[in-house]
Design a protein around this ligand. Sequence first.
Ligand code: 5RP
Length: 221
Amino acid sequence: MDIEDEKKIVAKKALKFVKPSTIVGLGSGSTAAYFIEALGKLAKKKKLKIKCVATSKESERIAKKVGLKIVALEKADKIDVDIDGADKIDNQRIIIKGMGGALTREKYVASISRKFVVIADHRKFVKDLRKEKVIVPVEVLPFAVNNVKKELKKLGAKTKMRKKNKRIFVTDNGNYIIDSEFRKIKNFKKMAVKLNNIPGVVENGIFLFKGVKVIRPKNLF
Ligand code: 5RP
């Protein structure tokens, strides 16, 4: 099956988690974009009174285009369900996010959500991330980039500044991203703490949430 079709299918499947009169977290990236479009159609058809919290300017733009009501992140207290994409997921529910650059808002929104639902096409699934080479996006304050790179190297990472159209990529928060490649991470929980303990690091792309629901294309593993 075509990858875009897989994304559309998992996006549509996630609609079942949206109940009337609730607050919905909108993830970022192409799979989340399919979900936002499908949610816009459903909300219109069923006259669902839902409010949405977006994890990026782009998701907010798409949501507004399809007629969804947006609540500002700072006004969102609790979110009922957050639906988002992923870059890697394994059988222990270790999730890597941030290839779209929205990891900080995405992690924040997931953390204040009662339910976190991840939607992903088959390419994102691996059995055990602890046995894989992994790239963890790390959002960094611009002035701290050089020192953070040194600290990341001490942790064993090969570092690469995120670029877009040959220019340094700037997140919605005005920060930079260092894509940090690790040959192996034995303990993701410890690594996530170590990364966030580096002065100048805003957030990292290791997502470890209990009870996360994962929607994947059928017949995988
Ligand atoms: C953005 C993300 C995205 O959810 C992730 O990169 C997946 O994107 P896509 O659905 O386009 O593959 O974490 O920061």
